[in-house]
Design a protein around this ligand. Structure first.
Ligand SMILES: NC(=O)c1ccc[n+]([C@@H]2O[C@H](COP(=O)([O-])OP(=O)(O)OC[C@H]3O[C@@H](n4cnc5c(N)ncnc54)[C@H](OP(=O)(O)O)[C@@H]3O)[C@@H](O)[C@H]2O)c1
Length: 205
């Protein structure tokens, strides 16, 4: 599968490494493809290529958005049309939102990119877990939500393919829950001192 990755930071780089190892074709999209950060990300993923944000969006059957939440509107606009694409929103917003009633970032992407099949996923855990989701005898959980069942099935496979147990949280309107869950993960890891080797697990009986 062709995957365009918008952002060459920690999340973009981690998921690119894992998906490339599964045989997917990766094209990173960067504001400056010649920056040191962009070159470093590219060097970690053998066979990957890099271009503009629009290049990556055009290339990808799946397009991963992995930029800071505050940068999402600019990045999505720079992608050009995302109509028909499966767009994975891995982003989070930290700090004050511009409007108290602002929707989730995922719903904002859906608004900015008409026709995009947006799935929120990969935002609720750290990149260490994306690189290795195994915890002794268990896999870490990964939550996703979205309104397009076929798109969710593809993203489900991309998450389970790298070792997560995947939980479908429902429609895209549930994305705010996942964005808050991400804040709890960060709070526990970095403010409560648990560190980044923690992961979510839903128990059932
Ligand atoms: N780090 C984690 O463990 C983690 C886990 C889950 C979710 N997330 C979320 O995932 C997103 C990415 O996190 P990260 O840790 O990968 O961030 P990061 O390492 O800081 O990388 C951010 C990337 O976004 C790019 N970027 C920033 N502003 C942009 C713009 N206006 N247009 C295009 N690209 C832009 C940066 O490019 P430049 O080099 O050009 O600045 C960089 O490649 C965030 O929303 C974060 O909250 C992070």
């Amino acid at each position: 599968m062709n995957i365009g990755i918008i952002g060459t930071g920690r999340v973009g780089s981690a998921l690119a490494q894992r998906w490339r190892a599964l045989g997917h074709d990766i094209l990173f999209g960067a504001r400056n493809p010649n920056s040191e950060a962009a070159k470093a990300a590219l060097a970690q993923v053998s066979g990957a290529r890099i271009g503009s944000l629009r290049d990556a969006a055009t290339f990808g059957e799946v397009v991963l958005i992995a930029v800071p939440g505050i940068a999402v509107p600019d990045a999505v606009r720079a992608c050009g049309s995302l109509r028909g694409k499966i767009v994975i929103d891995a982003t989070n917003w930290f700090g004050e939102r511009p409007e108290a009633s602002a929707p989730s970032v995922a719903e904002e992407i859906a608004r900015l990119a008409p026709g995009a099949r947006v799935v929120k996923c990969f935002n609720t855990t750290g990149t260490g877990n994306m690189l290795d989701p195994r915890y002794r005898a268990q896999n870490a959980d990964m939550f996703l939500c979205g309104d397009d069942a076929d798109a969710k099935a593809v993203v489900h496979a991309l998450a389970s393919g790298i070792g997560f147990d995947v939980i479908d949280v429902g429609p895209l309107s549930a994305a705010a829950l996942l964005e808050h869950l991400a804040q709890l993960w960060v709070h526990l890891a970095y403010r409560q001192g648990l560190g980044p080797n923690i992961a979510w697990k839903l128990l059932r009986r």
